[in-house]
Design a protein around this ligand. Structure first.
Ligand SMILES: [Zn+2]
Length: 477
């Protein structure tokens, strides 16, 4: 069975005509498609059909004169998207088994590998390989410091601080319902992951008058699961949704450059910081271009602390009106965007200098104010109708490049540079320690012993044209 392409169809050719034409070559039922617009033509009319005997059909039909035209018949090109989907399916399969092993099997056997992987803090799970970390009684010095710093007065103050933010955010969202100058009141940066789905669910429930535009950026390296999920959720909630996929050079350039220049900083401050910042900034760019007053993102309190050293639910407007965020990204990563991107692509990185301030959006992080208890049964129940239990683990919905970043880190600095950051989130009770302990331990072992993540790492390196270069320095090679 092969699919053939039939081009240069005569005027008003119907599926019926094609059916008659190919019936002696064994057409497979349901595979015949005619693509033509007989009213406002914008492309050459063509058909595709899958046949049992395609060679004979091509032999006999190619060049056949019908009316004024000659049919052009040849094997249909294989669909590129399908090929990509297969690659992604393999990766998804590998991530699913990784996740399953990490959650179900690893906890039972991890004691067997004690000598092979780094000991970790029992409270925040940070690896003892991280510089300046010492474990006493199984707890790291950062956790000891944190626990000592918990002060009753400060806690009471913090509760008030959060309550104030909740109230202010509520007023802001209420007052923006239906007030945008155009079709939308807010762009929602929507990855299809748990956090952004939860945020969306609450926005929908509590602020039904807020006119939302969901924006999912597709960098070509996100998990197929999360992209499908974002489409599905948008459909279920029936909200306008755009998928923004910049030309492949943008992210490919970003990953290629940063992955090759990670150095001792680790990939979190370099690759991931650029990636994450660009994603947010694309939201600013869009809000500004389309005159949408709010940009909402599912960034939580701990992430915002780590990335922007900021503890409030709204980005200071002066930061939005200046180059502050871009400067911080360049300073922390050690990269300059002008060394990496074309002049045109540099514009995707938000620089508020000289922009029309009446159109600069407010950047809002509702989770920073709401501080949801993410593991709670209640949230689980609320999200049930949007997110199937299967595949809700972050490791499955995450960026495919993550596995490569981790491998590079373990090879060059001895631990994953995501660990200190996740440990901080765990200390703030924004992440589940047991889940991440299992993931980090298993990742460390997989990278050192080269199993479980092999498919994803090699596929991603091929996609980035880095296979030859990186394999030479891959762990264990
Ligand atoms: Zn700790």
């Amino acid at each position: 069975m092969k699919t053939i392409f039939i081009g240069a169809l005569p005027f008003r050719t119907t599926a019926r005509t094609i059916q008659d034409l190919v019936k002696s070559y064994g057409p497979k039922e349901g595979t015949l498609e005619v693509h033509a617009d007989w009213v406002n033509p914008t492309f050459e009319p063509y058909a595709v059909v899958t046949l049992r005997d395609p060679e004979r059909a091509i032999e006999e039909l190619d060049g056949l004169k019908i009316g004024a035209y000659h049919l052009r018949v040849h094997m249909a090109a294989e669909k590129k998207e399908l090929k990509m989907a297969n690659v992604d399916q393999q990766i998804v399969k590998e991530m699913r088994s990784f996740d399953f092993i990490a959650r179900k099997i690893w906890p039972l056997i991890r004691w067997l590998f004690r000598g092979l992987i780094a000991p970790r803090c029992q409270q925040c799970v940070i690896s003892s390989r991280v510089p300046n970390i010492t474990l006493t009684n199984g707890i790291c010095n950062l956790c000891h410091d944190y626990n000592r710093s918990l002060d009753k007065d400060e806690e009471a103050w913090r509760d008030k601080y959060v309550a104030h933010q909740v109230q202010e955010l509520d007023q802001l969202l209420v007052s923006h319902q239906g007030r945008g100058r155009g079709r939308y009141d807010a762009v929602v940066l929507f990855s299809g992951g748990r956090d952004s789905t939860y945020m969306l669910h609450r926005l929908r429930r509590d602020y039904p008058g807020l006119r939302l535009l969901l924006m999912t950026w597709d960098n070509g390296f996100y998990s197929a699961v999360s992209l499908e999920r974002s489409l599905e959720v948008a459909q279920k909630l029936d909200i306008d949704h755009i998928r923004f996929k910049p030309s492949s050079t943008v992210y490919k350039t970003l990953y290629r450059y940063t992955l090759q220049n990670v150095g001792q900083k680790g990939s979190y401050q370099t690759v991931d910081r650029l990636d994450g910042t660009l994603n947010q900034m694309l939201g600013f760019y869009y809000g500004y271009m389309m005159d949408i007053p709010l940009v909402l993102a599912g960034v939580d309190f701990a992430q915002e602390q780590i990335m922007q050293f900021h503890s409030y639910y709204v980005m200071p407007f002066e930061d939005m009106c200046s180059r502050t965020l871009l400067d911080r990204m360049e300073r922390k990563s050690g990269f300059k965007i002008k060394d990496i991107f074309s002049e045109e692509d540099q514009k995707l990185f938000w620089d508020g200098t000289g922009k029309d301030q009446s159109k600069i959006p407010r950047y809002i992080l509702p989770l920073v104010a709401w501080r949801p208890d993410k593991g709670s049964v209640e949230i689980e129940r609320e999200l049930q109708y949007l997110l199937p239990k299967r595949d809700s683990s972050p490791i499955i919905t995450n960026n495919q490049v993550l596995a490569v970043m981790t491998a590079i880190d373990i090879k060059t600095i001895g631990y994953s540079s995501f660990e200190p950051e996740f440990a901080e989130m765990i200390r703030f009770r924004e992440n589940d320690p047991i889940y991440w302990r299992n993931i980090f331990e298993l990742v460390e072992l997989s990278v050192k012993r080269k199993f479980l993540l092999e498919t994803i790492i090699s596929k991603v390196l091929v996609k980035l044209d880095l296979a030859a270069r990186m394999c030479a320095s891959r762990p264990g090679k």
